[in-house]
Design a protein. Structure first.
Length: 275
């Protein structure tokens, strides 16, 4: 059979019309969206959500943060104990994604959850000047109704689709030759999985106002997934070019669709079993 006949219809159509006109761009965009939904449905086969409820798991979260923020990006000073933590961790819940086949942590993020008036969000302490939407200032709301998602950190070897150029020492227990292509294609969605793990906690706790300080590109990607990050201030230089964003509870509950809704529901179900 002619090899061309085996190509997906959209791929063949895209080849015919090109990618520089509106139709070509639309086809390319839809193809990427469809691929993303397919990958999202496979996510739980290879990567699992974990809440760091023990001291040992929290230490793993802080270790990954040190590796990324202190050693790789050099945004924070290195620590003798190789653990990056701060004052906000005293009232935060770290979320992790575990890579199933290697039993290693593939990423971490935390939900900062103040309950006392004296407990600030990181965005309140360092970036209040970056919030220009007065109606959505964190100080407008009860402490129990706000939280912040911060300290997203993913080891470098999990930020790639291909690991061929990493040495064994760099990837530790990972053996790239054993990974399927579907598994490798899930790795770019680890950040989404981390945000959805935090989202599961937020929905469970009924927290109405979520704040994040992120790069515009990441916010745009999350909007494509269905989590509507609303920018509430200008882009500023804070650990790179970032802007303050707000997400409300309704958007977290009902914004996702397709494969990403499946991905969220899998994460919610898994956490309900474990915690």
């Amino acid at each position: 059979m002619d090899g061309k006949a085996n190509k997906p219809v959209l791929e063949r159509l895209s080849h015919l019309v090109g990618t520089k006109n509106k139709l070509g761009k639309a086809i390319k965009g839809y193809s990427k969206y469809r691929e993303a939904n397919q990958i999202a449905t496979h996510f739980s086969e290879y990567l699992l959500p974990v809440i760091a409820s023990s001291r040992a798991l929290k230490a793993q979260s802080y270790s990954i943060r040190h590796s990324v923020y202190c050693e790789e990006l050099k945004l924070e000073a290195t620590r003798p104990n190789k653990q990056e933590s701060d004052e906000f961790d005293a009232y935060s819940i770290p979320c992790l994604i575990r890579h199933v086949s290697s039993d290693t942590i593939a990423g971490t993020v935390r939900m900062v959850r103040p309950t006392l008036e004296s407990e600030l969000l990181p965005i309140e302490k360092y970036c209040m000047h970056a919030i220009t939407n007065d109606a959505l200032l964190p100080t407008n709301f009860e402490r129990s109704s706000i939280c912040e998602i911060s300290r997203l950190a993913i080891p470098a070897h999990f930020r790639r689709r291909s690991m061929d150029h990493f040495s064994g020492a760099e990837v530790g227990k990972l053996n790239p030759s054993t990974f399927s292509q579907t598994e490798l294609r899930c790795f770019p969605f680890i950040a989404v999985g981390l945000y959805l793990t935090a989202t599961a906690l937020i929905i469970q706790e009924g927290i109405e106002h979520v704040y994040v300080m992120v790069e515009p590109r990441l916010a745009k990607n999350m909007r494509l997934v269905g989590i509507k990050f609303k920018q509430i201030g200008p882009v500023i230089d804070y650990h790179g070019q970032r802007a303050a964003h707000h997400v409300d509870l309704k958007a977290l509950k009902y914004g996702l669709s397709g494969g990403f809704a499946v991905m969220r529901d899998d994460i919610v179900a898994k956490l309900a079993q474990e915690y």
